[in-house]
Design a binder for this molecule. Structure first.
Ligand code: AMP
Ligand code: MG
Length: 487
C-alpha cells in the first residue's frame, strides 16, 4: 500500500497483522480480486466504525468503495483452503470459491479480526462456478448479521454491501454484489479436516498452535492447553447453538466448513427465523431430509465437533476429546434454559421450575401457532406489575393472540406464569420488564419481512425499508440497554 493511499483512506491505516500469511503457505492461495466496473455503495455499517477505532464522519463513501469494492491497499488476497463435511459427506472440493481474506487487524480490545469478502470473483476453488454473490444474497447476509448481533448472538457482521454489475446465473440476469465481512476468524473446522485428508499432522500442530495463541490466548500458557482448547470450543459451540435455538434461528447449512473455529456464527445463506414454533422447520429448500432442521441444530453441532476430533487427534488424545464432548448436552441445556428464561423475563428459577415453564411455553406456542417472535414481543409490550395480582390480568392482555379451544392452553400458561411472578418480590418483578425488553426486539426478521425489504429493492430500487429495518433494530437494542443501565 503506498503512503498516499494510507494517509487518505482511514481503512488502510488500521493496525494490520499478517497472522495467517506468516504461517505455512499451504493454508491459502494468493488471488486477485475481480475488477468491477460498476460499484454502488448500498450499505455502510457505521456502527462498526467506532469498533475499528474510526470516526464515521471522517470515513467517506469513496473510502468504503476503494476498500471494500476495489480492494485497494492489497496486492493480492488470500483465498483460504478448506474441506468439510457437507450434508454428512466429506467434500475435498471446497475452499474460498467466491471470497478471500482481505486482511487481519488488531483492534483496541487487543483482539485480532478478519476482513473477508463474499462475491469478489473466482479463485482456484471456484470449481467453474461464477465467484459472484447475488444482491439478494448480500442483503440477506447483512440483515442476518445485524439482527443476530443485536439479539446477543456472537456473529460476524457486514462492514459493507456494494452493488456490482449484474450477471447471468442459471439463464437469468441477476443483480450482483460484493460484501465485506468483519469477523473473528475465517478458520473453520474444515480447515483442520483438509490437513488430515492430506495426512499433515505437522500442519495440524502448527494451525492448532496458531488458533490457540490468537483466539484462546488465556489457554496458551497452560500445560494442557490443547485439550482445554477443545473443551472451550465445545462450550462455545453449545452456547452458540443455544442462542440460535432461543432466538428461533435456523442457520440452514451447518456443514463443517461453515463452523468457525472461534465458536462464532457466520456464513448466512438460506437461513430463516422460525415463524411459528415448529421443531421440524427446515430453512434450505435443498435440504430435503431436514438434516439441518431447527430442532436438529444442537445434535448436528455436536456431530460437527465429533468430526473435528479426527484431525485434532494428531495432537490431542481421542479419549480426552470424547470426555470433553460428553459435557455438550448439559452445557447446551443450561445455556438454552438461561436464554429462554431471559426471553420470559425471569432469572434464578429452580431447575424444575425452569423446565416446567419452558416446556409449557413451547407447548403453548406449538399448539396455538402463535408467532414465535410475536409471543415474546407481546410479553415485552404488555407486561405489567398487575400480572402479579392475578392470572386473569395476564390472560386479558394476551387473549387476542388465541382463539377458540386455544384459550384453554393460554389459561394454563397464564396460571403458571402468574404463580412465578407472585413468588417474586416487587423489586425483582420490576427487573422483569427490563429483561423482556433486552431479550425480545420489537422487530423480527421473518421471511415475510425480508420479502418486503427485497421487493422494494427489486421493483423500485427503494432501499428505505432495508435502511429502516436496520436502524430500528439497532435503535431498539441501543435504547433498551441504555434504559436498563440507568436503572
Ligand atoms: P457455502 O454454501 O456458501 O458455504 O459455500 C460452499 C462452498 O461453495 C464454498 O467453498 C464456497 O466458496 C463455494 N461457492 C458457493 N457459491 C459459489 C460461487 N457462486 N462461486 C464459486 N464458489 C462458490
Ligand atoms: Mg460457507
Amino acid at each position: 500500500m503506498n503512503q498516499q493511499q494510507s494517509i487518505s483512506n482511514p481503512f488502510f491505516s488500521l493496525n494490520y497483522e499478517s497472522a495467517l500469511e506468516s504461517l505455512d503457505n499451504d493454508f491459502f492461495d494468493l488471488v486477485q480480486p475481480a475488477n468491477f466496473s460498476n460499484l454502488t455503495l448500498r450499505f455502510r455499517n457505521n456502527k462498526l466504525l467506532p469498533i475499528l477505532g474510526l470516526d464515521s464522519d471522517k470515513v467517506t463513501d469513496k473510502h468504503f468503495l476503494d476498500f471494500c469494492g476495489r480492494f485497494k491497499g492489497r496486492q493480492s488476497c488470500l483465498a483460504l483452503r478448506y474441506h468439510g463435511h457437507q450434508f454428512g459427506q466429506y467434500n475435498p472440493y471446497l475452499g474460498d470459491g467466491r471470497g478471500f481474506l482481505y486482511g487481519q487487524v488488531r483492534l483496541i480490545d487487543g483482539k485480532l479480526y478478519d476482513f473477508g469478502t463474499k462475491g469478489s470473483g473466482q479463485t482456484p476453488h471456484s470449481q467453474s462456478r461464477d465467484g459472484r454473490l447475488t444482491l439478494k444474497g448480500g442483503v440477506r447476509e447483512v440483515l442476518a448479521g445485524e439482527t443476530l448481533h443485536y439479539l446477543g448472538v456472537k456473529t460476524s457482521r457486514c462492514l459493507s454491501l456494494i452493488e456490482t454489475e449484474a450477471f447471468t446465473r442459471d439463464g437469468e440476469t441477476v443483480r450482483g454484489s460484493v460484501m465485506m465481512r468483519f469477523s473473528r476468524s475465517h478458520l473453520r473446522f474444515g480447515t483442520f479436516e483438509r490437513l488430515d485428508y492430506y495426512d499433515r499432522p505437522d500442519l495440524i500442530q502448527q494451525l492448532l498452535d496458531h488458533v490457540i495463541q490468537y483466539y484462546y490466548p488465556n489457554l496458551w500458557q497452560q500445560q494442557d492447553c490443547y485439550i482445554y482448547f477443545y473443551a472451550e470450543l465445545v462450550k462455545r459451540i453449545a452456547q452458540l447453538v443455544a442462542q440460535w435455538m432461543a432466538v428461533g434461528f435456523c442457520h440452514g447449512v451447518l456443514n463443517t466448513d461453515n463452523m468457525s473455529i472461534t465458536g462464532e456464527s457466520f456464513d448466512y445463506g438460506p437461513y430463516a427465523f422460525i415463524d411459528t414454533y415448529n421443531p421440524y422447520f427446515t430453512s434450505a429448500a435443498f435440504d430435503r431430509q431436514g438434516r439441518y432442521s431447527y430442532r436438529n441444530q444442537p445434535s448436528i453441532c455436536r456431530w460437527n465437533l465429533e468430526m473435528l476430533q479426527r484431525p485434532l487427534s494428531a495432537v490431542i488424545p481421542f479419549s480426552e476429546m470424547e470426555a470433553a464432548l460428553e459435557s455438550f448436552p448439559e452445557l447446551y441445556t443450561q445455556a438454552y434454559q438461561q436464554k429462554m428464561l431471559h426471553k420470559l423475563g425471569l432469572d434464578n428459577l429452580s431447575l424444575w421450575e425452569a423446565e416446567e415453564l419452558i416446556d409449557l411455553t413451547l407447548q403453548l406456542l406449538f399448539l396455538t401457532k402463535i408467532g414465535y417472535q410475536q409471543f415474546f414481543r407481546e410479553l415485552r409490550l404488555k407486561f405489567s406489575l398487575k400480572w402479579r395480582e392475578s392470572a386473569d390480568f395476564i390472560r386479558q392482555d394476551l387473549e387476542f393472540l388465541v382463539s377458540g379451544e386455544e384459550t384453554a392452553f393460554l389459561k394454563r400458561w397464564c396460571w403458571l406464569y402468574h404463580q412465578l411472578l407472585f413468588e417474586r418480590s416487587l423489586d425483582e418483578s420490576k427487573k422483569i420488564a427490563r429483561r423482556l425488553e433486552q431479550a425480545n426486539p420489537i422487530v423480527a426478521l421473518l421471511k415475510s419481512e425480508i420479502e418486503i425489504i427485497w421487493q422494494a429493492i427489486r421493483e423500485d430500487d427503494n432501499w428505505q425499508p432495508f435502511v429502516d429495518f436496520i436502524q430500528l433494530i439497532q435503535f431498539d437494542r441501543d435504547n433498551s440497554f441504555k434504559v436498563s443501565s440507568k436503572s
